[in-house]
Every structure is written in structure tokens, then in C-alpha cells.
Design a protein around this ligand. Structure first.
Ligand code: DHB
Ligand code: FE
Length: 284
């Protein structure tokens, strides 16, 4: 049977992608950010998954305000990097895993989570920047990826609790896939940041570090954080953190199993307007 071996958490920022693509990673501003991912890059080589289930948010790139799915699962064979205004990033196309994605869609919808099925979609920095941070600049990404898009852009957005419960359903779905493969689930976006209005530039280190503590040790309490608290404490785009709860809910302890082992924790302020956080949790 398939199993979820680990979860990876990381912020996304378009400027991180630009720094990589333009060869600026060794500049003093960027050097500490990329240093924080050196462990993760080696860890990913040593713990190569067969498939990455990548929870991310689209930024009105694939889904405009014409259509706003709350939860959308990519069932396509491949996904092109999106043009976000400066042309598509010069990164490999993302190969999908239609069989596992369709199985997860079937199972999760029957567990009463309504997913939108997406057979064609371009993927923006929300998906490509986490891949770049963890994989560097390869000719091809190391394995197939199932993109799972969450609406955190246009209210109403899903609650942290619903995301955590959805993670549990995804873990059940993976465990019922009849092939012996190793799946990682990644939760991306966050940490604290606000891109608009009088509080633009807001970063809250205390909130972020408490969130990381809770996510590792007491995910139920992280799942209980309300929308108003994310917005008040972590800024309007801090709401992206609910996506981390999907990955956390898919870990074994959420279903009564063993606690995961935290093998990496990194926090850095700022990258562009955003606090960068990164965790790796392994199922034991
Ligand atoms: C930035 C962060 C984001 O999450 C985003 O989607 C766009 C920009 C930033 O910090 O610049
Ligand atoms: Fe974002």
C-alpha cells in the first residue's frame, strides 16, 4: 500500500524564485534564506519520494475571480509553469500522477470533502517556489507532483480546522492506494505577511514561532486558530498558513499513530515582505 512518509512545510515568495532564476542566491540578502534549505535539499535526495502531494495556493493565475474552487486537485499528466506577468519561470514542467490523484479524489470526495477536479492548470510561484527551494535547479523535478490548490485569496476561505480534517482524509485515501509507494505531503505558503493596506509589511515573529511550536507538538491547537486571529496576528496573507494544516493532518499522529520526528526547523525574516518558515516532519 502507499504510505505518507513525511511532510514538508515552506513559505513561498515570488522574489525567491527570481533570486534563483537570476543567479542571486549568494548575494548577502538571499544567502541566509537559501542556507536554511541546504539541509532540506540533501534530505530530499536521501529520502526521495515516489510522489509529492503539494498543497499550495494559486494567486489568481490559474483561477481568476471567474471561478474560485475552495479545494482543487490536479489530476492532469503535466502542468506548465504559469506566466505571472514577467513570463513563466525557467523551471521544468511539473509531471503529475493522474492515477493516484484520481484515487485520492474518489476517496476524499466519498469522505464528504467536495473537491474540484482539475484536468488542466498552469502552476504559479505558489507551487514552483517550494519545489525550487527543496530541489534547487534540476533539469527535471525529482518525481511526479499532485498539485492541490486551496483558496486563501478570496473570502470565504476554509478554516484551519477543516484543512486539518481534510489532511486526515487525504492520509486515509493514500493508505488505500494499492501500490507500494512513498508519498510526501507538502504544506506551503505563509508565514506572517501582509502585502496590502496600511499594515503592508507586517511580520510577527512571536506568532510564527508559536505556530511552528504548535504545528510540531500540538497540531490540534494550531488547527483551532481562527481566521480573525491569522489576519490580526499574521497579516492578511498569513492566512496561507491554513495550508500547512492539511499536510499536518495527514501525519500519522492525527489518526492516533506515533508522533512525527522534526528533523528540520528554520525561520528567517524577511524575504521580500514575508517571514520564511520551513519544517520537515518524518513519520516514525
Ligand atoms: C510576496 C509573498 C506572497 O505570498 C505572494 O504571493 C506574493 C508576494 C512577497 O512577500 O513579496
Ligand atoms: Fe502568496
Amino acid at each position: 500500500m502507499a504510505r505518507i512518509t513525511a511532510s514538508v512545510y515552506t513559505s513561498h515568495v515570488p522574489a525567491i524564485g527570481a533570486a534563483l532564476d537570476l543567479g542571486k542566491t549568494q548575494e548577502p540578502y538571499w544567502q541566509p534564506v537559501f542556507k536554511g534549505y541546504e539541509f532540506g535539499k540533501q534530505w530530499l535526495k536521501d529520502n526521495k519520494p515516489d510522489v509529492i502531494f503539494l498543497v499550495f495556493n494559486d494567486h489568481a493565475t490559474a483561477f481568476s475571480l471567474d471561478m474560485i474552487p475552495t479545494f482543487a486537485i490536479g489530476t492532469a499528466a503535466e502542468y506548465q509553469p504559469a506566466d505571472e506577468g514577467w513570463g513563466p519561470r525557467p523551471v521544468p514542467k511539473v509531471m503529475g500522477h493522474p492515477e493516484l490523484a484520481s484515487h485520492i479524489a474518489q476517496s476524499v470526495i466519498q469522505q464528504d470533502f467536495d473537491l474540484t477536479i482539475v484536468n488542466k492548470m498552469d502552476v504559479d510561484h505558489g507551487l514552483t517556489v517550494p519545489l525550487s527551494l527543496m530541489c534547487g535547479q534540476p533539469e527535471a523535478w525529482p518525481c511526479p507532483v499532485i498539485p492541490f490548490a486551496v483558496n486563501v485569496v478570496q473570502y470565504p476561505v476554509p478554516s484551519g480546522q477543516r484543512c486539518y480534517n481534510l489532511g486526515k482524509a487525504i492520509a486515509k485515501a493514500v493508505a488505500s492506494y494499492d501500490e507500494d509507494i512513498n508519498v510526501q505531503i507538502w504544506g506551503t505558503g505563509g508565514m506572517s505577511h501582509q502585502l496590502q493596506g496600511p499594515r503592508a509589511g507586517l511580520i510577527n515573529k512571536d506568532f510564527d514561532n508559536t505556530f511552528l511550536d504548535k504545528l510540531i507538538n500540538d497540531p490540534e491547537s494550531a488547527a483551532g486558530i481562527s481566521h480573525i486571529d491569522y489576519v490580526r496576528e499574521a497579516g492578511s496573507e498569513g492566512i496561507e498558513l491554513v495550508m500547512w494544516l492539511i499536510a499536518r493532518g495527514a501525519m500519522a499522529d492525527a489518526a492516533g499513530g506515533a508522533r512525527p520526528k522534526a528533523v528540520q526547523r528554520f525561520y528567517h525574516v524577511p524575504a521580500s515582505n514575508t517571514a520564511v518558515g520551513h519544517l520537515i516532519l518524518e513519520n516514525t
